[in-house]
Design a protein around this ligand. Structure first.
Ligand code: SF4
Length: 237
């Protein structure tokens, strides 16, 4: 059953739109730097969470103001009710942006099979070089095709029109350096919007990451310039 946290209005979660955002509980990765601990561990108190039915009611009420909703997580694609939920939202006339970690390419592909379940915009997190994805797993011994999954999802999202997609990378020092940027850049379309964000060493899932110093401004500029040497649309958000 989907539960999540609803942000009723946001100007920063859906490019170019006044939107709502719904952060769904549950995730199939365990990124050490993640600060959405309650969502990932499924420990969100019931009184702080909102059901899809309540989200639909909010969208109905505010449809004159809201142009879209961002469905984020956790990882929205783990929920089997997601396609039905998207169809219900689109029926109201609200656009859907999907944020995904790229670990369920088949589920994403299924959404594109029908116009009523097709997300209008997809933001894909690409967290490190594909071959390093095991470092983001809950169970590192279990070989779960992480590398193939992120590669497949990049290919699916790349097929969308450039204005309907973006790729995002958090500059976490142990996970992203020049060689990882180069490995990711080789897979992205040349016209990609590639949005970088700085790492915050706060409330991380892996407590050791709270002691990691974020990159300096000089290093960030250096990494973004390096990314731009492959993909012009790379920038710091
Ligand atoms: S940062 Fe990683 S663990 Fe946290 S919600 Fe996103 S994909 Fe899941």
């Amino acid at each position: 059953m989907i539960r999540g946290v609803l942000v009723k209005t946001t100007l920063v979660d859906y490019p170019g739109k006044v939107a709502a955002a719904y952060f769904m509980s549950g995730c199939n990765l365990y990124c050490p730097y993640c600060y959405n601990v309650e969502l990932v561990e499924n420990t969100l108190p019931k009184e702080d969470s909102t059901s899809p039915k309540e989200v639909i009611a909010h969208l109905q009420k505010r449809k004159a103001v809201l142009g879209g909703i961002t469905l984020s997580g956790g990882e929205p694609l783990i929920h089997k009710e997601l396609s039905e939920f998207i169809a219900e939202i689109k029926k109201i006339g609200i656009s859907v942006k999907l944020d995904t970690n790229g670990m369920l390419p088949e589920k994403l592909e299924q959404l594109f099979e029908k116009p009523e379940t097709t997300p209008d915009f997809v933001a894909l997190d690409v967290k490190t070089a594909p071959k390093r994805y095991k470092e983001l797993a809950r169970d590192r011994e279990n070989d779960s095709n992480y590398t193939k999954n992120i590669q497949k999802t990049i290919a699916i999202v790349s097929r969308m029109a450039p204005e309907n997609r973006e790729f995002r990378t958090v500059l976490v020092p142990p996970l992203i350096d020049t060689k990882d940027i180069e490995a990711i850049a080789q897979l992205l379309p040349k016209d990609a919007s590639w949005q970088f964000a700085n790492f915050r060493a706060e409330n991380c899932l892996n407590k050791e990451y709270n002691n990691i110093s974020p990159y300096t401004e000089t290093k960030i500029n250096e990494l973004i310039l390096y990314a731009q040497s492959f993909i012009k649309g790379a920038e710091l958000r």
